[in-house]
Design a protein around this ligand. Sequence first.
Ligand code: SF4
Length: 341
Amino acid sequence: MVETAWLSKKLGSGKILCQACAQACKLDEGEYGICGVRKVESGELKLLVYGLAAAVNVDPVEKKPMFHFLPASTAFSVGTVGCNFSCKFCQNYDISQYPKEHNHQIFGRELPPERIVDLAIEKGCESIAYTYNEPIVFFEYTYDTAKLAHEKGLKNIYVTSGFETHKAIDLLEPYIDGMNIDIKGFTDEFYKEICGARLKPVLECVKYAHEKGIWVEITTLLIPGKNDSDEEIRNIAKFIAGISPYIPWHLSAFYPMYKMLDVPPTPGSTLRRAYKIGQEEGLKYLYVGNIDDEDYESTYCPKCSKRVIDRQGHIGQYVTNELDDNGICPYCGYSLEGVWH
Ligand code: SF4
């Protein structure tokens, strides 16, 4: 299906500016955006993957990862082909980079917004996650689905690299309840050389989404020798703590992938070092990911330090949540930050 990519603007020059992400593509007739799924046809920007899902799964919400968001529930997870980044370590490059690597071809199974919402309800999911590839590139598809999902009592999650424009966040804010945003590194060189993007818009997006009241969690994939120095980790921790020390930070292990097969996997010691740095900078909710470590994957009450959500298993298969529906600690009555019902 092809729909108008209405988050765009006609410029005086005759080009069309896509307003979805910070790549800010200005396109002439017949041109594709950097993401490969937005293209000018007959004088309008079109979304080529509207209603075309390339990946669909029912996942534990912990796998997104979202740890302070309806714990132990499932998220109906949808992605398309295409991406505005070109990360050399992408775990989903087979869909994210597909159009760029296959002469603009796209694929997917027909799954209109109504069908996604019906399936999510049928499968007992409490939320819909727009994930696997970058959701902002299929903004209009996510927007229509999220709106319908809200009408039916489901929540919505964006799993994103954080290149959304402020305009996109303004439009998403009424419908998107949670965002997991990657901060992939803390230098512009890392973003330019490894991801084909820039750091500043990501930091602005994190700040803005939090200001708008969307529940935000952050993920950083720590890659040996690339972004895992004490200094870089501390800079990220400081940045997050400067917005709010209650924003959860997921420290994730890298495994050799795609164009980064020559880099070794992240040792557990690096993740624990980063966890400690996060604590030193005042962050209250730290988590390691992509390795099993119950002590470092569980949630502790910031007031009484008791373990209140116990997580075991690689993708949160075993979650024991002691908080009540309002996120209240049963030991001291502290109200933990998050989306609990
Ligand atoms: S969503 Fe795609 S077309 Fe739009 S600005 Fe970003 S990369 Fe360019």
